[in-house]
Design a protein around this ligand. Structure first.
Ligand code: AMP
Length: 417
């Protein structure tokens, strides 16, 4: 509906502005892709929720459930030779067969940012910081980030030789907060205990939790490096006062391709995330490209709109003046049309009478539509190069030279100030 479309385009425009400010170039990817590409690395959670079908050429295709696979493919082909880091932005609708409820739809919009080529914490921090920027640009006041690190969990599991498939299942269950089921998948008692301990780790601030985590995994080589990486990222984002509410050592996200830090942004009024992302260092390579470390983030535009409504944060745009133009006689229609184009060229919205209504009916219609001014084109005024203008709010009528009409309309307000 019109107001919803307006809100959608407001958030899209702010995403684009964020892309411009951070130097991300926009690409437009296909809505329909091969099932093979979309399902290859997204993970079971997304794979099982895709809209798939056979096209007329008997190919298995699907509606995109996210952007990352398409962008990763671009990085292995058309954009392969581009200098690194490669910063890419896309925005559009995506499709998942989720159970519809407030903030969870089967067709929804995402703005998506990917930065490729850097393994440094600065790249992870950038994804968080630009999300912070988008929150501010949309006027959302009260929001906070939650950060975790897949590398810590995978590091511990790998040290106990847990296979990658089992690791993926464990992460998926942890993402759904089904921790007991996740622990049940581990047959080594010690490994289970260590992971259980990880779930309970907490301190009073996010930074302290990260430090505690680093100590907790000191005997696990890969996990220890991951925990240090998490601390480095937190230090960077803290420098610009990004509101990091929590470091959650047991935080996992639904996509299988994450390898490093992961994060989500939320508002207190909603228990669903407005956006989320993380590092995926193996994806481009798995699509046949060169080894390319990368970080991505996707923002749920529908949920951002929901948050802006709850927090009443979308700034009210100054209403522009609207005009209805009516000719007194049918012979003056062409002249009225010419004047309406003069006004439109000056940026004024003009409704041209196309129902063949007589003056009284046309004025009633203008009233009902709450237009600011009715421009009446009559022969007497036209002879002097003028028209009659009726200010509907003030119930006044005056004569205006056509040459001065755009400025007069723009300069007047409904209240006559
Ligand atoms: P993901 O691609 O799963 O990392 O999700 C990124 C963001 O997309 C989430 O943080 C949500 O804001 C949004 N999102 C995911 N699923 C849905 C859905 N079914 N309806 C609306 N927004 C969604």
């Amino acid at each position: 509906m019109p107001e919803e479309a307006e809100a959608l385009h407001f958030v899209i425009s702010k995403s684009r502005e964020t892309a411009r400010l951070y130097g991300y170039k926009e690409v437009v990817t296909p809505l329909v892709e091969t099932y093979e590409l979309l399902s290859a690395k997204s993970g079971e959670e997304i794979r099982s929720h895709m809209f798939t079908f056979k096209d007329l050429g008997d190919r298995n295709v699907a509606l995109r459930p996210e952007f990352t696979a398409s962008i990763a493919r671009l990085a292995t082909s058309t954009l392969k030779k581009e200098p690194k880091p490669l910063r890419v932005f896309s925005v559009g609708s995506v499709y998942r067969y989720d159970e519809p409820q407030r903030g969870r739809y089967r067709e929804f919009w995402q703005s998506n940012f990917e930065v490729m080529g850097s393994s440094k914490p600065e790249a992870d921090a950038e994804a968080i910081i630009l999300t912070n920027c988008l929150m501010k640009l949309t006027g959302i006041k009260d929001y906070s980030f939650k950060i975790g690190h897949i590398g810590v969990i995978r590091g511990i599991l790998s040290q106990y030789n847990v296979e990658e498939d089992v690791q993926n299942s464990i992460l998926r269950l942890m993402d759904k907060k089904e921790f007991n089921k996740a622990l049940e998948l581990l047959d080594k008692k010690r490994c289970r205990e260590v992971l259980e301990g990880l779930l309970e780790l907490k301190a009073s601030t996010a930074f302290e939790t990260a430090e505690k985590l680093q100590k907790y995994v000191k005997d696990y080589k890969v996990a220890k490096i991951a925990a240090k990486n998490l601390i480095d990222i937190i230090k960077l984002v803290a420098a610009i006062r990004c509101p990091i509410e929590a470091v959650e050592p047991a935080f996992a996200r639904g996509l299988d391709y994450y390898t490093g830090a992961i994060f989500e942004v939320k508002v207190p009024e909603l228990d669903i995330a407005l956006g989320g992302g993380g590092r995926y260092d193996k994806l481009v390579e798995s699509f046949g490209g060169d080894p390319t470390p990368a970080v991505g983030v996707a923002h749920g535009i529908d949920r951002i709109i929901l948050a802006t409504k709850i927090q009443e944060s979308i700034p009210q745009e100054k209403q522009r003046k609207t005009v209805m133009i009516i000719s007194v006689k049918p012979e003056l229609k062409t002249e009225a049309l010419r004047i309406s184009e003069v006004l439109r060229e000056a940026g004024i919205m003009v409704g041209f009478e196309i129902m063949g209504r007589k003056m009284t009916k046309a004025l009633e219609d203008a009233d009902r539509r709450k237009v600011d001014f009715v421009v009446i084109v009559g022969s007497k005024e036209l002879r002097k190069g003028a028209v009659a203008v009726r200010d509907l709010a003030n119930r006044e009528q005056f004569t205006v030279k056509i040459a001065e009409l755009p400025e007069i309309i723009k300069g007047q307000s409904k209240n006559g100030d």
